[in-house]
Write a protein that binds this ligand. Structure first.
Ligand SMILES: Cc1ncc(COP(=O)(O)O)c(C=O)c1O
Length: 376
């Protein structure tokens, strides 16, 4: 069998998770049949500019939406993968698409969700809207499990329906007038949400980049860590470790440099640790392992990748009290306002699952699951 990569001219500023490539036939991603390919709905739609519309409203299209160069990257990767498989049905494709999980969720976790779900049918067990920030027990369990002695308190934690949703809510928090830096390549949500918010210029097809974004090149030559000595100052720095798509985890020394760089420039780091639990060496799993990070960093994370919650949906974001805007106002207070306005809290069933993940049995079962997802 030969491994065939997609013939991609996919922007270097876009991404997928290399670590999730699979040669295992358990992943349906790998064994998509030609018949299924033929009914795939990912087709290029006729341009609205070329067809005469029967009726239009008088509402102008959001100019920032119009800046978005293509559809979201992952459906596009899937479309190209299916097209390739249709042409070469025997090809063994290394998918650079969305980093989905493959292994069933351990029963200790699903039974907690089933129990909470059943309880909703009883008068005693029913609950409606919960706290927008998440259930206190879960916030406390996240704080103690992931941030043990790092000085992060449960009140610094905002439970969510996933890191991707939180990335957009964080962008809403910052608004249109900030400048951002991203690793290049990186997970596409940082750039696309910035475009939608109006933080960027137009897309330059020649270089496949948006104006007004600082793309920090991360490649084998620089050990997948940007050269900060030549990186211009931006307000916000999105940094993901282990990185999607390169899989590179920043070392303690590199993250110390990053925190110092942010502090020198007065920037805020948005640290994405969605794959943090896959780190097996001494590299930090959280930015808060670096002294001083609480004054310059927000961390967003997820149950998706290491508890198989990509469909269940549960994540969290840490906004420490120490993090302040230039006028001294608390970033956490503003984020709380965003969360209360744009979100009604994570599903109570997912939160029961999250709590079970963090129980001693859940942690044991999950570390095995994490191992399996790494292997596949
Ligand atoms: C780096 C990174 N962050 C966040 C996410 C999204 O996580 P969630 O499922 O919690 O929204 C992904 C998903 O692929 C990712 O690769």
């Amino acid at each position: 069998m030969s491994l065939t990569q997609l013939p991609a001219s996919i922007s270097s500023s876009s991404s997928a998770f290399l670590g999730q490539q699979s040669t295992n036939s358990r992943t349906s991603k790998f064994s998509v049949s030609v018949t299924r390919n033929l009914i795939c709905k990912c087709v290029v739609a006729a341009s609205p500019h070329t067809e005469k519309a029967a009726y239009t409203t008088k509402v102008s299209r959001n100019a920032n939406m119009a800046k978005l160069e293509a559809g979201y990257l992952f459906p596009e990767i899937n479309r190209r993968k299916l097209a390739h498989l249709q042409k070469y049905p025997d090809a063994l494709v290394i998918s650079l698409g969305i980093g989905d999980t493959t292994e069933p969720i351990p029963e200790v976790i699903t039974s907690a969700m089933a129990e909470r779900s059943r309880a909703l049918s009883t008068l005693e067990g029913y609950s409606g809207y919960g706290a927008e920030q998440g259930e206190k027990k879960l916030r406390a369990a996240i704080a103690s499990t992931y941030y043990g002695d790092l000085g992060i308190e449960d009140s610094d934690i905002f439970v969510s329906d996933g890191a991707k949703c939180d990335i957009s809510r964080l962008q809403l928090l910052f608004g249109a007038n900030v400048s951002i830096a991203v690793q290049d390549p990186s997970y596409p949500a940082y750039v696309d949400s910035g475009v939608i918010l109006g933080q960027t210029g137009q897309f330059d097809k020649d270089v496949e980049k948006y104006g007004n974004i600082e793309y920090m090149r991360c490649n084998p030559e620089n050990g997948f860590f940007p050269d900060l000595s030549s990186t211009p100052k931006t307000d916000v720095i999105f940094f993901c470790s282990p990185n999607n798509p390169t899989g590179a985890a920043a070392t303690r020394e590199q993250l110390t440099q990053l925190v110092k760089f942010a502090k020198k420039n007065g920037s805020i780091i948005v640290y994405d640790s969605a794959y943090g639990m896959y780190i097996a060496d001494d590299s930090p799993r959280s930015i808060y392992e670096i002294p001083g990070a609480k004054e310059v960093a927000i961390e967003t994370s997820s149950f998706s990748k290491y508890a198989g919650f990509t469909g269940v949906r549960l994540g969290w974001t840490v906004v420490p009290k120490e993090l302040l805007f230039s006028d001294g106002f608390s970033v956490a207070k503003d984020f709380n306002r965003i969360v209360c306005t744009c979100f009604n809290g994570a599903s109570n069933i997912s939160q029961a699952g999250g709590l079970a993940c963090l129980s001693p049995e859940g942690l044991k079962a999950r570390s095995f699951l994490c191992y399996l997802n790494t292997m596949l």
